[in-house]
Write a protein that binds this ligand. Structure first.
Ligand SMILES: C[S@@+](CC[C@H](N)C(=O)[O-])C[C@H]1O[C@@H](n2cnc3c(N)ncnc32)[C@H](O)[C@@H]1O
Length: 503
């Protein structure tokens, strides 16, 4: 995997012009015709398409290839000179995550590490190298994410004169995430997974956000925000960086921050160690929940996320069975031929739900919201008065409806309904995993072959882990239904026996 990913990475590097404020014509080769929000398509991410035509050597280093440690070591030197205290970890090449932090000394369980001072952290309060650009952006209501994405591009564009130039040079030039998959790759490799739709939504959100900033702000100040610099390609880069590195600091009222150095730590689903601001030491720290020996990679947790969410934002899938927070969304729908379809849909809409609707499954079970939705889906017209109650429970999980006798009668149909949805999903995964996810057009270059291999591997890892949860759910449902049915038969047998006695 690591080998494939390395060659893939270098084949996909976005190229940005050396002289960002001049030289290239306004609609240059790397600045694609931008899709409008309504017709946005996610076909922006391949290396060759829109960036062809940039002259050799015309690229500046917005980020680097992460397998080269040079820039990261320079970052470490700069951070030390700028107030980062001596560290018990050093940057190195690692097995998991390509580049990461490795223990230089024995580290105890329960030890606080890092202590990155707030002056070395990027937040929405950070000063802009281009003061005018900062002043303009602050005049408009721009939420934190697009604000920080613009800030990062602005700082990257002035590079040498930016305080963050060492940091930006050490960022990955092509952050991994589903933002960089083309629509056809998403359709081919993630056809069975609900993550495909989330990736499309996310890409469209980034495009929509960029279009909004361009129309509202950038177009009014073309000298401060030239399209050669502030375009969809650079926004995909900066959003890719934010999705894979931005943290929320609970002790700073949930402030969003890029924390240089701390963001060199890779994720493990097996640790419970989270970044936060530590008031006593006045730095960003995390507390280890296990000991590390010198040479071992140190991990933090990026949060309790499913494998699909990790692939979506960070571009990797954890080792099979290693993520206790893994889940997969099950898609359930009302039956269109249901006589009460309209009433049920209305009840759902009142509570912010619809058909189809997604509910997360875990190996440990499914949420009560899914049960409530299933009750609604299988209820007969005679239960019309309870539709509202069921929809409310499907939205909130708080089961306000009491499981009266009529609900119990429905339980078998409810479980069968969930089982049917589960099996229909399983068959989609089977088709993908057995078909091997073939691609419509043959790859044109070795770089593209590597890319396809990597994406296929990631998709197959994800689909295997998601299907595993569905298999587990199927097993539990089948067993419950079998028990219910044989229990029912036994009860019926007993009843017939009693009846015979009285005959
Ligand atoms: C916050 S950065 C961590 C530092 C990163 N390895 C680097 O060299 O810049 C997050 C990125 O690291 C990689 N990563 C983190 N944890 C990983 C893991 N458990 N397995 C594979 N890649 C991981 C992914 O590429 C992810 O997008």
């Amino acid at each position: 995997m690591a080998e494939v990913s390395r060659s893939f990475r270098s084949s996909l590097l976005p190229q940005f012009p050396r002289n960002l404020r001049g030289s290239l014509s306004r609609r240059s080769a790397f600045s694609p015709v931008l899709p409008r929000r309504s017709s946005a398509r996610c076909s922006l991410s391949t290396a060759s398409s829109s960036r062809a035509g940039i002259s050799e050597g015309g690229a500046i280093s917005w980020g680097c290839e992460i397998e080269s440690l040079e820039n990261a070591e320079e970052l470490q030197r700069w951070l030390t000179e700028s107030g980062l205290p001596p560290q018990k970890m050093g940057i190195d090449r690692v097995e998991v995550g390509e580049r990461g932090l490795v223990a230089l000394k024995n580290i105890r369980k329960g030890e606080k590490l890092l202590f990155v001072p707030p002056s070395l952290v990027i937040t929405s309060d950070s000063e802009w190298s281009s003061k005018e650009a900062g002043d303009v952006l602050r005049k408009y209501p721009v939420p934190d994410w697009p604000y920080l994405a613009t800030y990062l591009i602005s700082e990257a564009s002035v590079m040498g004169s930016s305080r963050w130039s060492r940091y930006i040079s050490a960022l990955p030039r092509q952050p991994y995430s589903l933002l960089y998959w083309t629509r056809s790759e998403l359709d081919t490799f993630l056809v069975a997974s609900p993550i495909r739709e989330r990736a499309i939504e996310r890409i469209n959100d980034v495009i929509g956000t960029y279009n909004d900033l361009r129309d509202r702000i950038f177009s009014k100040y073309p000298n401060l925000f030239p399209e050669e610099v502030f375009n969809i390609e650079t926004f995909l880069w900066s959003f890719g960086i934010l999705f894979s590195r931005l943290v929320r600091l609970p002790s700073m009222d949930g402030k969003l921050a890029l924390v240089p150095w701390a963001d060199m730590l890779n994720h493990s689903s097996e640790v419970e160690a989270f970044l936060d601001y530590d008031k006593s030491s006045q730095g960003i720290v995390f507390t280890t929940d296990r000991a590390y020996q010198p040479g071992e990679q140190v991990f933090i947790s990026y949060g309790k996320r499913s494998n699909g969410e990790l692939l979506l934002s960070y571009g990797f899938v954890p080792k099979e069975g290693s993520n206790p927070n893994d889940s997969v969304d099950l898609l359930v729908s009302l039956n269109k031929s249901d006589k009460c379809y309209k009433e049920k849909l209305e009840a759902l809409k009142k509570h912010g739900l619809s058909t189809p609707q997604r509910f997360p499954l875990q190996v440990t079970g499914w949420p009560s919201e899914l049960m409530a939705y299933a009750y609604l889906a299988v209820s007969p017209p005679s239960m019309g008065r309870q539709f509202e109650e069921m929809a409310a429970a499907a939205a909130s999980g708080e089961s306000s409806f009491k499981k009266g006798i009529s609900y119990q009668e429905l339980e078998e149909s409810v479980l069968q309904f969930i089982l049917d949805s589960c099996e229909s999903s399983i068959s989609k995964y089977n088709k993908f995993l057995q078909g091997g996810g073939s691609v419509d057009s043959p790859p044109a270059s070795p770089g593209q072959v590597n890319r396809k291999l990597l994406l296929k591997q990631l998709a197959s890892d994800l689909c295997t882990s998601e299907q595993r949860i569905l298999f587990r759910t199927q097993y539990i449902l089948r067993r419950r239904l079998r028990d219910m049915r044989t229990g029912g038969l036994r009860a019926l047998g007993l009843f017939n026996g009693i009846r015979n006695i009285f005959k």
